[in-house]
Design a binder for this molecule. Sequence first.
Ligand code: ZN
Length: 390
Amino acid sequence: MRMRMRIGLVAVTVAAALALLLATSVGRPVTHGPRKPGASFKYIANDSHLHLTNYIQEGPPMSSIVPLMGDKIGRAAIFGIPLQQEWSYRSSGSAAPTYYLETDADLYYYSFTDAYIATQYRSLSKVDQARFDPMITGFNPADMYAADHVRRVLETYPGVFVGIGEFSIHKEFVTSKVAGAAPSIGDPALDRLFEFCAEVGLVVLVHCDADTPFPKAGNDPAYFDDLLAMFRRHPKTTFIWAHIGLGRVIRPFPDMGKLIEKMLDDPTLRHVNVDISWTEVAKYLTATPQTPELVASIIEKHPDRFLFGTDEVAPKSQGEYLKVLAMYNPLWDRLPTDVADQVRKRNYERIFDNARVKVRAWEASHRVRSPAPSRTQTLPEPPPTFESTN
Ligand SMILES: [Zn+2]
């Protein structure tokens, strides 16, 4: 009897020690780790771009992403996909599409995605929650009420979200399929949305192709200048420009390196960061033995502006989840360790830690519903355009 009690006691002590170990090492929120360059965490990277669900709103539970992250990925910005692919019997009969390229039927905004992401996040332990930064995506960016949706989600699920996105303004094959009006860079709905994000401290992860899929030779990238003007109109909003404007067929445009450097040098665009997520982007940035060299030289001059991300959609295995990290090996090999560490981890931590603090503070001060965002739209004055001297 006493023996059994002792075994029981030992078991309890071991369990407690294990729990303590888990709480302090394996699942430790990476925010509490060492901050000095070079003395970083054991994780290889943080993931600034992870879709839990796909274009028909299906995906694994958030809890099953934790083992895929394992000891390789510390934290992940996680979101669904704002658009649902309609299964139109008229269009594809009994063949149920699971991807937007499998049917001509519309895509439509699926706001329930935010409730789903919040519910999944809340089902996790505190230790696992600390590894995710959930984002709001279920709004129509062409709707002046988009900001109101974001506010409603924050009020309904306080303590969860830290940003909005990934959502798309111009995206090859996708935004042309959206039911209703396609989003557009100059839309005041975006200005209203970004003003609200600045007020709350929400990070904005935005997909906007730099160019059209089949540009005419000699033309400037179609959306690039307008996009930068949009960023300039919102100097207090923290932006992450997804994929540096590249896509499946949106190839690196002529002088891309120079134009991106000019953007990064521009003091009126200090609040704009870029992510190098997506296997398609990794293909471009490692296309020849010279490309990683060129990309590395740009990153080295602006090491605080680039974020690694996977852009995986509903991953089921660690191999699938992390393949893009390995695709970038030629780039990691060329970057000084400290710079690679910034791109893979520290820029994420700076941006998302900051958002966590600001959004939680905004939520705390808005427990009693304050007036809705203004419905008279006045566009903010853009700061003067910076003319590069080179
Ligand atoms: Zn994405």
